[in-house]
Design a protein around this ligand. Structure first.
Ligand SMILES: C[S@@+](CC[C@H](N)C(=O)[O-])C[C@H]1O[C@@H](n2cnc3c(N)ncnc32)[C@H](O)[C@@H]1O
Length: 269
C-alpha cells in the first residue's frame, strides 16, 4: 500500500505534497496526477526515465532464488542492524522488495517504500509487504521525496545517488549499503566467466556517495552456497552477467560458491 508513504512523497513535477483524494490517483495541489497501476505501483518519473532496469526474466530468477533462502543471511543482517523507529524505510533499487519486507518485519510500525525503474520488479515489490508501497522512480534523478523524510534507507546491490540520499535522509537516519565483497561468487567467476567484483569496490562506493557521510560500521558476511545446476543458472540469470554467460554451459551436478557481501552503515555527516 502506497498510503503509508504518502506523507513523505513529493510531486516529481513541482515538488509539492501528494494526496490521494478519491482513493485512486495521487495528486498535488497544482493538479499533477499520477495513476496507480493495476499491479499496485505508482509511476513518479513524470515520464523522464531513460532506463528500464532489470528485465522480467532477471526479476523472476531473483524472486525464485530469494524465496529459497540462499541470501537469507543478507536479509537477517539488515533486519538485525536497523533501529526500531516508525519513520519511513526507503529501499532504493528494491527489485522484488524482499529485503524491504524483512526490514519492515523488524520495525513493526514503520511504513515502507520501494523504488525501482523496472516494472516487473515493481509488480512484485508492490505486494511484498502490507506496509510497503512501490514507485517507479529513477535513482539518477531527483527522488520524489521530501527533504529529511526517510528514517532508514536501504541500498542493496543497486545504484547509489549520494547527494539525493543525503537530501532525503533525516539527520538521525541511517543508510545501509550492501555491496558484493571481492570474493563474492568467485568460484563462478573462475568457472563460468561471471563479471569479477572490483577489488576496490568498497573505496569506490564510499567515493560515489561523496564526503557528507560518516561510516558507522562495516562488516563482511559470508555463506557457502551449495547449488544445483538449475539454481546456478537462476543465480547467474539474476545478475548483470546473465547477458554474456551462456547458461547452457552450466551443467555440473552441484556447485559450491561463496556468497560474500559487505554491509556498511552510514549516517549523514
Ligand atoms: C541487482 S538488482 C538488486 C535488487 C534488490 N535490491 C535485491 O538485492 O534483490 C538492482 C536493481 O536496481 C534497479 N535499478 C537499476 N538502475 C536503476 C535506476 N537508475 N533507478 C532505480 N532503480 C534502478 C534494477 O531494476 C534492479 O531491480
Amino acid at each position: 500500500m502506497i498510503d503509508g508513504a504518502l506523507p513523505y512523497l513529493r510531486c516529481p513535477v513541482c515538488g509539492q505534497r501528494l494526496d490521494r483524494p478519491d482513493g485512486q490517483a495521487l495528486r498535488c495541489p497544482q493538479g499533477h496526477s499520477f495513476d496507480i497501476a493495476r499491479q499496485g505501483y505508482v509511476n513518479l518519473t513524470a515520464g523522464r526515465s531513460p532506463h528500464s532496469g532489470d528485465s522480467a526474466e532477471m526479476i523472476a530468477d531473483r524472486s525464485t532464488f530469494l524465496a529459497e533462502g540462499h541470501y537469507d543471511f543478507i536479509a537477517r543482517a539488515l533486519a538485525e542492524t536497523v533501529r526500531a523507529d516508525d519513520g519511513l524505510v526507503l529501499d532504493a533499487g528494491t527489485g522484488t522488495g524482499d529485503y524491504l519486507a524483512r526490514v519492515l518485519d523488524a520495525l513493526p510500525a514503520a511504513p515502507g517504500l520501494g523504488i525501482d525503474v523496472s516494472k516487473p520488479a515493481l509488480r512484485r515489490a508492490a505486494r511484498a509487504h502490507p506496509r510497503a508501497g512501490a514507485a517507479l522512480a529513477d535513482l539518477w534523478r531527483p527522488l520524489p521525496l521530501a527533504d529529511a523524510s526517510v528514517a532508514v534507507l536501504l541500498n542493496v546491490f543497486a545504484p547509489r545517488n549520494g547527494p539525493e540520499f543525503h537530501r532525503v535522509l533525516r539527520p538521525d537516519g541511517m543508510l545501509l549499503v550492501v555491496t558484493p565483497a571481492p570474493d563474492h561468487l568467485s568460484e563462478l567467476v573462475e568457472t563460468h566467466g561471471l563479471i569479477r567484483v572490483d577489488p576496490d569496490k568498497a573505496d569506490r562506493v564510499a567515493e560515489s556517495l561523496g564526503n557528507s557521510w560518516r561510516t558507522e560500521s562495516s562488516a563482511t558476511h559470508r555463506r557457502t552456497l551449495r547449488l544445483t545446476a538449475a539454481r546456478t543458472r537462476t543465480l547467474i540469470g539474476m545478475t548483470p552477467s546473465a547477458r554474456h554467460v551462456s547458461l547452457d554451459e552450466v551443467r555440473a551436478a552441484e556447485i559450491t560458491a561463496t556468497a560474500a557481501i559487505t554491509l556498511t552503515v552510514y549516517s549523514p555527516a
